[in-house]
Every structure is written in structure tokens, then in C-alpha cells.
Ligand binder design. Structure first.
Ligand code: ADP
Length: 492
């Protein structure tokens, strides 16, 4: 065990690291729609290496049942009351890569999609919340800390503290991680009162309500012992009205207990030195394979076969969050004035999809818009591109820029959230830095950053330095796990 942790434990009069139960709506590789699943999947493994027994509790979604039914062990079952319904809760256990995962089984709530949408989704996760709280005393494991994630599990602390007097639930410590503050779980008084049986005295601005409606994420922020988000910069940003989605006052009230911890990436999955999805592998000191990947990408995507031309790429959901309006504003100016290629892999808002399709038509051979989702192609795009664009309006953490850097694709990002915390802008005087950045959400600032990148592309040594710095950065989950371990320890 790290000396630092030993000393902290000693100062608290104990020798054991805390036991942690992570509650999450999705967990990779079982179920995944976004970054939350990656964290729930990777964090317990990395925590185990630090001596922390971290286990996961997550719904037994249909997609999980389809794949893992043969490997789970039934532990016990009970019933919970949700409104007028008496609902079955099965607790199944699955051990995967050494991590114990408790699966909450109920065909009615988890027999379809991971997120049902609307009130059905609210009820789905009210049920999950109740099931988790009632299951905890009967698990073959006694957690001291429950680590909740996003609004779907954010009601756990409040219910534990207000509805389980004298129970072990009331004694637990709670951490709430906010992965994206844009989603808060807002339902009507009648809905929440019915599903969770909350006492009327909590439907006030002091506790559950925000703008006259119960707000699950807000309750989580108020009732958790600590709150964190997925990058230090995003932790600051969400205390301001521009980024807080209305929660700035509540977060300012909890400012002393709010922190930011950057997520990591899976260094085994994203490893240019041994990536089976690439036509050639490469590493920091051995970049020949990267040139092979670039040629393969150009050929596959119908781009002109030119090793010398700078190739810019994006792999992204095509939404307003990701800065597509900035790209749309400057793309023509860049494509008509600069010698460059552009490759997009993405899907999302039809407005942006159509814009990119039309751009492909205008710049055939120099620009490719692959509208769709392809894990396999994404690896080739990261490996075969020279620069990676991520001009996000907001970005809680962002994984793509980290993956790009690991594959030697130099990032061009807006200085927000996790992008600001992971990309060090190039300094032409010292040669330091591993990417390019711009501060304001402004299309001309993006264009200038791209031009700066183009300028550096022409200078072989500068470019080699940038690639080398980017590939050298360590974005493994081990560092995040250490930060989480520190946070758990200070909650004891
Ligand atoms: P967000 O979670 O907001 O979408 P992140 O940067 O945190 O953004 O993570 C995005 C992840 O999804 C990255 O691993 C990226 O490679 C992947 N991704 C996004 N769009 C696509 C796509 N169209 N095809 C393949 N992978 C994609």
C-alpha cells in the first residue's frame, strides 16, 4: 500500500482501506451508452490495485442478461413498494476480471432499454434506488462508502438519511460524481411523492426542489458527503451560470466539498503499439507505422494519397456540445484557402450531418464525412490523422482528446472542462506543449488555432516534438484511482 495512504489510515486509527459500493446505471463492458459506463467498469479494477474493495451495483439490463446470464449467481430476492406496485428485486452476482458486480433484476424495469426516457425512466431509477438501499444490508459485503453517479442514483443519499433511521444505510458515507450536469432528473411533486414516499417537508428549496420542481441531482448534491465531477476545470465551471444548468447556487453552497477528478482511458484497448485494428502499429520513437495508417485511412476514405498533406480529424457525437457550429462557420474558409484534408467520423444532429455531407461533395478527395458509428474505424482515424479537432462548447472530461494524443494525433481544443486540463498548448518560445487551444467559443479563434497548427506542420522538428509530447502523456486510470482513493479516505 502507498505510504501516503498508510499514514492517512493511521491518522484515522485504522489499517484497512474503505469498502466502496459504486452505484451506476451502466457499467462497461456489460452495458454502455457513454463515459459513465467506462468509469464504473475501470475504476473498481484500478482501486483494487490500491487495496480498496470496490464493488459495483447496477441494473441487470436486457443487454447484460443476453450476454452474461450463464455466468451470474443468484443471491437473494425481495420486494419493494413503488407507488401502488409491489415489485420483485432479484440480486444476482457476477465476478468479472476480479471485480464483483451485483445486478439488480426486474424484467419490468430493465427488460428493455437502459434508459426508457420520460417518466418511465424516472420510475425505472426510483425503483433502482430503492432496490439498492434495501439490498445493502443483505449483501455479502459491508460497504462504508456508496459512490453514486449522475441523477439516476443521486436520490440514494437523501433516502438513506431520511427514510432509514437507525439502519446501516443511514450510517453510510456518500460520494456523488457528476458526469454531465445537463441531465438532472426533474419530475413533478406528485410523481416523486408517489414513487419514493418522501415526506412533504423535503419538497422545499432547501432540499429537493429547484424552480418549484423536485430535482434528483440537486438532492444528491445536498445530501452527499462529497461531490465531484470528471475534471477540475469542469468543477469550477459548473459553479458559474454559463455551465451550471441552474445549479450554480447549490454547488457554490457545497464548494468546499466539490472537486474534479479526470477520467482515464483504457491503455490496453487504446494502444498504438499493439492495436489489432490497425494495419501497422507504432510508438513514440517508431512512427513509421503511423504513416502506414495515414495512407490506409486516405485510401479507405477516398482521400488523395498524399503523405505530406496535414490531415485533420474529428470522431464525435454531432451535437451542439461538440462545437459543430464553429466548425460549420470556418470549414469553407479553411478548405478553400489551406492545403489540408479533413476526416469526420460521427453521427447525431441531422443538421450537422447534412452540412458535412454537402461539404464532402464540395471538397471531394480532400474531405470525407463518414456519418455513422464505428469503433473499428475510429482507431484508424485516431492513428492516421495528424491533428484532432475538439472545439467543444462544454466538455466535462472528454476521452477523445486523450485517445488522439495516445495515437500521436495532435489535439486542437477549446479551453473548457477536461480539454483544458489535459491539453497543454504549444509554446513557440520554449517548445513545450502537446496541442493547440483557444479560449472563447468563437469560430475565428478556432480558425486561428487551426492555422497555427498548419504552420507547425510545416516545421518538421516542431511537429515531431508535439507528437512526442502528446504520446508521452499518461492518461491511465491508475492516476484517477489514486485521486478517488484520496477522496474516499478523507470521507472516513
Ligand atoms: P462524449 O462522451 O461526450 O461523447 P468523449 O470524448 O468523452 O465524448 O467520448 C467519446 C467516445 O466515443 C470516444 O471513445 C470516441 O472515440 C467515441 N465515439 C464518438 N463518436 C463515435 C463514432 N461515430 N464512431 C466511433 N466512436 C465514436
Amino acid at each position: 500500500m502507498k505510504k501516503e495512504f498508510k499514514e492517512t489510515l493511521k491518522s484515522k486509527g485504522r489499517t484497512e482501506m474503505p469498502a466502496v459500493l459504486l452505484a451506476a446505471a451502466e457499467c462497461a463492458p456489460l452495458s454502455k451508452t457513454g463515459g459513465l459506463a467506462d468509469v464504473a467498469g475501470a475504476l473498481p479494477k484500478a482501486l483494487a490495485a490500491l487495496g480498496i474493495d470496490a464493488r459495483v451495483i447496477t441494473p441487470y439490463h436486457r443487454v447484460v442478461k443476453e450476454k452474461y446470464a450463464g455466468q451470474v449467481e443468484h443471491m437473494f430476492y425481495f420486494y419493494v413498494q413503488i407507488g401502488w406496485r409491489r415489485e420483485y428485486v432479484g440480486i444476482e452476482k457476477l465476478v468479472l476480471d476480479g471485480v464483483t458486480i451485483y445486478l439488480v433484476d426486474n424484467e419490468h424495469y430493465f427488460g428493455d432499454k437502459i434508459y426508457l426516457g420520460g417518466e418511465a425512466e424516472g420510475e425505472q431509477y426510483c425503483f433502482f434506488t430503492r432496490a439498492v438501499l434495501d439490498a445493502i444490508p443483505n449483501l455479502d459485503f459491508s460497504p462504508e462508502i456508496v459512490h453514486c453517479n449522475d441523477w439516476h442514483t443521486a436520490m440514494i443519499p437523501m433516502l438513506a438519511r431520511t427514510q432509514y433511521p437507525g439502519g446501516m444505510q443511514e450510517q453510510l458515507k456518500f460520494l456523488l460524481t457528476i458526469h454531465n450536469i445537463a441531465f438532472q432528473g426533474i419530475y413533478s411533486y406528485g410523481f416523486v411523492k408517489d414513487r419514493l414516499g418522501i415526506d412533504d417537508k423535503y419538497f422545499t428549496y432547501e432540499y429537493l426542489n429547484l424552480n418549484d420542481n423536485p430535482n434528483f441531482l440537486k438532492a444528491g448534491i445536498i445530501f452527499s458527503d462529497k461531490v465531484n465531477t470528471v475534471s477540475p476545470s469542469y468543477a469550477w465551471e459548473i459553479m458559474t451560470p454559463d455551465y451550471s444548468e441552474g445549479l450554480e447556487e447549490v454547488l457554490a453552497y457545497r464548494a468546499e466539498d466539490l472537486s474534479g477528478i479526470i477520467n482515464g482511458i483504457d491503455k490496453q484497448v487504446f494502444n498504438p503499439a499493439a492495436d489489432p485494428l490497425l494495419p501497422a502499429t507504432f510508438s513514440r520513437g517508431r512512427l513509421k507505422g503511423k504513416a502506414v495508417c495515414k495512407a490506409a485511412l486516405q485510401e479507405r476514405m477516398g482521400l488523395e494519397q498524399r503523405p505530406d498533406v496535414p490531415l485533420f480529424a474529428m470522431v464525435t457525437r454531432m451535437t451542439g456540445q461538440k462545437g459543430f457550429d464553429l466548425v460549420a462557420a470556418v470549414l469553407d474558409s479553411l478548405m478553400s484557402n489551406e492545403d489540408m484534408q479533413f476526416m469526420l467520423l460521427g453521427t447525431g444532429d441531422p443538421r450537422f450531418e447534412n452540412f458535412m455531407r454537402a461539404a464532402e461533395y464540395r471538397y471531394k478527395g480532400r474531405l470525407c464525412a463518414y456519418i455513422g458509428y464505428s469503433e473499428e474505424l475510429s482507431h484508424l482515424v485516431y492513428a492516421g490523422s495528424d491533428f484532432f479537432l475538439m472545439p467543444s462548447r462544454f466538455e466535462p472530461c472528454g476521452l477523445s482528446q486523450m485517445i488522439a494524443m495516445r495515437y500521436g494525433s495532435v489535439p486542437i481544443v477549446r479551453e473548457t472542462g477536461g480539454l483544458k486540463d489535459t491539453v497543454a498548448p504549444y509554446n513557440q518560445y520554449t517548445g513545450e506543449g502537446d496541442g493547440f487551444s483557444f479560449a472563447n467559443y468563437d469560430a475565428w479563434e478556432l480558425r486561428d488555432a487551426v492555422r497555427k497548427a498548419l504552420d507547425c506542420y510545416g516545421q518538421k522538428e516542431v511537429m515531431a516534438g508535439l507528437i512526442s509530447h502528446a504520446m508521452q502523456k499518461d492518461f491511465g486510470f491508475e492516476l484517477s484511482a489514486q485521486e478517488y482513493a484520496r477522496l474516499y479516505l478523507c470521507m472516513l
